[in-house]
Design a protein around this ligand. Structure first.
Ligand code: CDP
Length: 220
């Protein structure tokens, strides 16, 4: 059985949904690294104000100096001891996350934390740079993708189910922008590791993707 599984891919490809299920079936810990970038973005927004810090590494470094981020077993996210699971999912925080993610200082700190979390094994970690930067020695690497239209539709359904008012065209625009930012940034861009297995989930159900990953995890 593969002890460390890395799942990378663009926004809305289904990484967190399938990773959570795979973790539950294997008795592994699921680590959502996107939630960590989101928590840092939320803290920047709260302490510095939206629009005031996005290109300023010094300000981000200052905020990062005393940040405490914890993920618990049930998927709850804590920022400085306060639960922020829901707050980090707003479009504002999504945009901010993509901004903090460009900062080398932020990435270095979060990468260290993520490696620490994976040290004991039996983990499935998802993000953008897990197979390429954070855990280059992972036993199994998946690159999960889907068409932009399909990813926007999924995100739309997800936000609507949470009771948020959303516009499909706007979401598609935001996802395309985030894809561009994530894959074109200089440090640790979104990329498929050479030894990753490519899974296109556009026309696959969640269960089909889960099954494929479980199969790969069980192979020797
Ligand atoms: O859930 P969704 O796919 O929308 O995004 P996420 O996984 O929560 O990540 C939010 C943002 O954090 C992404 O757009 C990336 O810019 C950044 N991120 C990253 O740079 N590296 C990671 N390992 C995880 C997230």
């Amino acid at each position: 059985m593969k002890k460390i599984i890395a799942v990378d891919g663009p926004a809305g490809a289904g990484k967190s949904t399938v990773s959570k299920i795979v973790a539950a079936r294997l008795g592994y810990t699921y680590i959502d690294t996107g939630a960590m970038y989101r928590a840092v973005a939320l803290k920047c927004n709260e302490e510095l104000g939206i629009g005031n810090w996005e290109r300023n590494e010094d300000l981000m470094a200052e905020v990062l100096r005393n940040v405490d981020i914890k993920l618990d077993e049930s998927g709850k996210v804590f920022l400085d001891g306060r639960e922020v699971t829901k707050e980090i999912r707003t479009p504002e925080v999504s945009r901010g996350a993509s901004d903090v993610a460009k900062s080398g200082i932020v990435r270095k700190r979060l990468t260290e934390l993520q490696r620490d979390m994976a040290r004991l094994g039996k983990v499935i970690m998802d993000g953008r740079d897990i197979g390429t930067q954070v855990l280059p020695n992972a036993d199994l690497k998946i690159f999960l993708t889907a068409s932009v239209e399909e990813r926007a539709r999924r995100r739309f359904d997800e936000l609507k189910a949470k009771g948020l008012t959303v516009d499909l065209a706007q979401i598609e625009k935001e996802i395309s922008l985030r894809d561009k930012q994530d894959s074109e940034r200089e440090i640790a861009p979104l990329a498929q590791a050479e030894d990753a297995v490519l899974l296109d989930s556009t026309s696959l159900t969640i269960e089909e993707v889960v099954e494929k990953i479980l199969q790969l995890a069980k192979e020797n």
